[in-house]
Write a protein that binds this ligand. Sequence first.
Ligand code: GAR
Length: 372
Amino acid sequence: MKKQNIVFVGFRGAGKSRFGRAFAEETGLPFADLDAEVEFILGQPILEFVQAHGWQVFREVEQRVTHDFSRNFSGIIATGGGTIENSKNLQNLKKNSGFVFLNPQFSDIKKYLLGEEVRGNYQRVNPSMPLAQELDQLWAQRKDIYAATAEHEVNPDFKGDANQEARKMLDVLPASILPKAPPKRRVAVFASRNGSTLQGLIEAQEKGRIPNVEFVLFVSDNEKAGAIKKAKGHFTAVEVLPAEKETSREEYDRALINLLREHKPDLILLAGWMRILSPLYCEQFGEQTYNVHPSLLPEYAGLMGDDVHSAVLDAGEKYTGCTIHRVSADVDAGETVLQRKVIVDDNDTVESLRKKVQKQEILGFCEALERR
Ligand code: GAR
């Protein structure tokens, strides 16, 4: 069976992101940098986060992200320097990935990291000893783990051009380890307002996070929606169908259905869509339409947008989150596809909660889109 991912492992600063990205470019495969994905969740650079909260919490978040990627991604993955020291991460990634040990000259890496410390970009593991000694110790501890984990080893020139080095790697690695490009899914998105979640999906696609997605149709029911501007240039068709007061729900949905028949999406995402869909729509497209609701349904069903976050704060909830569910004629009651939780902090406001939940909405949609 073809492996689903190629995972680059290797020492801190070995160039897993730089060479991994170049390798992805050369093979036309999507690329994920686990450190960058963790930073997306943390909302701040790893260095700052570790200084504020310590390594332990960082490793927990990293584990969650690694788990998500090992299940849902297909392409080239650059791990963080310590990712595979955690046996759960290793176990998860091993299920469906081929491993490549990225091993340029250690002396080049060391020189680069010593410079990084001077530039203030290096988080010490053992500040009681000089960095050169810390690096030698870490290298001695980890090099055998990298070698034992990976089925293949490549030795790029650290100072060389990344794409040229990636092409050399392709010459030495067996073609059989390259994952197959996933089949494309035609996706439509409906949004009524600002389109924050839509924006996140567009960025995810640009980063290669949802390589199997082709955005074919965007629809808004509100000509003033900020989402329209965001969608332009990213969808094959951008349509605005303003709802007239006298139009019945079913009449409106007939126009929607006509658009769907024309553009034939496999999946329709409601990313901040504030209209209730008619039984006619649900009968024909409910199964392939995923709505995101900003709560852990069935809690707070029937409310919309910020009203949900206000109600969560008023009730003093400790957790909230989002639910992605199929659309049915009963509002917010279709089959759950997945849920993602967030913690409600004492100082959260409607605004901060909305931001946290929307991040999970984006990740949730990405996960749903990657499911095969
Ligand atoms: C969406 O992100 C979602 O949480 C919620 O409204 C937000 C709109 O955000 N959706 C619903 O309540 C659907 N019933 P936006 O104004 O940034 O597009």
